[in-house]
Write a protein that binds this ligand. Structure first.
Ligand code: XIL
Length: 364
């Protein structure tokens, strides 16, 4: 009996490629990153509780070998501070510039980390051509092409996408509490629902996050923001839009009131909507405190109170907005502040210990 014809190498490779394309993507998990080479520091502590720990990073930060080594040792998850926003990615209506974002993605892959997709819609860092070409007729096509291209390129590396960032602004006086943004002006309030449905089409396996600030401390303005955020999340849920988590930017400030019980009740309402709370841009200003030691002491105390509350509510992600004080996004205007876990010499501070203690204590 003659041997069955052996498939040619070309046909075999074509078949494997088709299989890979057909195979539904599976979102990268925290467990996958826990076994990464060189895993240590806060991400190792967090891993033991099934929690992501990471940091925002600018691709330019990685030119400093000492800082790159600190990021590699401490983080299982990276958020591009800038590189995945419209302005850097989109020099023109028909062009994408992935160079800087690819550098960050390459670093993450090299170190077995995941990325956060930050962010697909934001009212800031919008290129001029986009502001000029957004219209009721054009916005959905522009958004669809952007999302399909960006999500398609990074979806195997991204654990969660900030589909929309900072869409509420109660001070703008709208009944729905939404921000009077360029997107809202051309598309109306339902642009948020449309955005999550589009993202869910392009990455059905991914966690889709609504990300915002100003819900953490206790004040009349933050209570108004919490109500507006909940209202938006309810709108998304009612429209069957795929939203899975609330990203709390968590830019805290020592001296502003923090009411753990009230914040815990807010987080309970978030959980009742079926959403996971995430800490996405953690840093703590102590600009009103004099002296490094006193800054560090009060910063660590506020961090403990905050992290205990949010981790008790099921938060499974803690991302700092930088690792060392010189990388703070406010370093230029507040050079003496100490908002991050490491100092300018990359030495751990009391905030590092507060993070380690909270991540160790959190129930799995
Ligand atoms: C900031 C970055 O840190 C800066 O480097 C950039 O120039 C502007 O954006 N909330 C957000 C982040 O969601 O995207 C912002 O990051 C900080 C506030």
């Amino acid at each position: 009996m003659s041997e069955p014809a052996r498939p040619s190498r070309r046909r075999l490779l074509a078949g494997l490629a088709a299989l890979a394309i057909a195979r539904p993507a599976v979102a990268i998990s925290v467990a996958e990153t826990c076994g990464r080479p060189g895993a240590g520091g806060l991400s190792a502590v967090a891993c033991r509780r099934g929690i992501w720990f990471g940091s925002a990073v600018a691709s330019s930060d990685l030119a400093d070998p000492a800082y790159a080594a600190l990021v590699a040792a401490q983080c299982a998850l990276l958020t591009p501070t800038w590189e995945m926003k419209w302005k850097p990615l989109r020099p023109g209506p028909d062009s994408f510039d992935f160079a800087a974002c690819d550098r960050l993605a390459g670093f993450a892959r090299q170190h077995g980390m995941a990325l956060r997709g930050h962010t697909l819609i934001w009212h800031m860092e919008m290129p001029v051509w986009l502001l000029q070409s957004l219209s009721p007729a054009s916005w959905e096509g522009l958004l669809e092409r952007h999302m399909q291209t960006v999500i398609g390129r990074y979806r195997r590396l991204v654990s969660s996408w900030d589909v929309v960032n900072e869409a509420v602004e109660p001070e703008h006086g709208r009944d729905d509490g939404l921000r009077d943004s360029p997107w809202l002006r051309v598309a109306g309030p339902d642009y948020v629902v449309a955005a999550y449905k589009l993202a869910g089409r392009f990455a059905p396996e991914a966690r889709l996050v609504y990300n915002d600030y100003g819900c953490e401390h206790e004040a009349e303005w933050t209570r108004r923001r919490r109500r507006a955020v909940l209202r938006l999340l309810e709108r998304l849920r009612k429209a069957d839009a795929p939203v899975h988590a609330l990203g709390l930017q968590s830019h805290l400030r020592v001296g502003d009131a923090f009411d753990a019980a009230a914040f815990g009740r807010f987080l309970g309402e978030v959980r009742d909507l079926g959403l996971v709370p995430m800490v996405t841009e953690f840093d703590l200003r102590a600009d009103r405190v004099r002296g490094a030691d006193e800054k560090d002491r009060k910063t660590a105390a506020l961090a403990k109170a905050y992290l205990d509350t949010v981790l008790a509510a099921g938060c499974d992600t803690v991302v700092c907005w930088g690792l060392s004080d010189d990388k703070s996004w406010r370093a230029a205007e507040e050079p003496d502040d100490r908002p991050l876990p490491f100092d300018r010499q990359l030495a751990a501070k009391p905030l590092y210990q507060a993070l380690e203690d909270a991540l160790s204590r959190s129930a799995s």
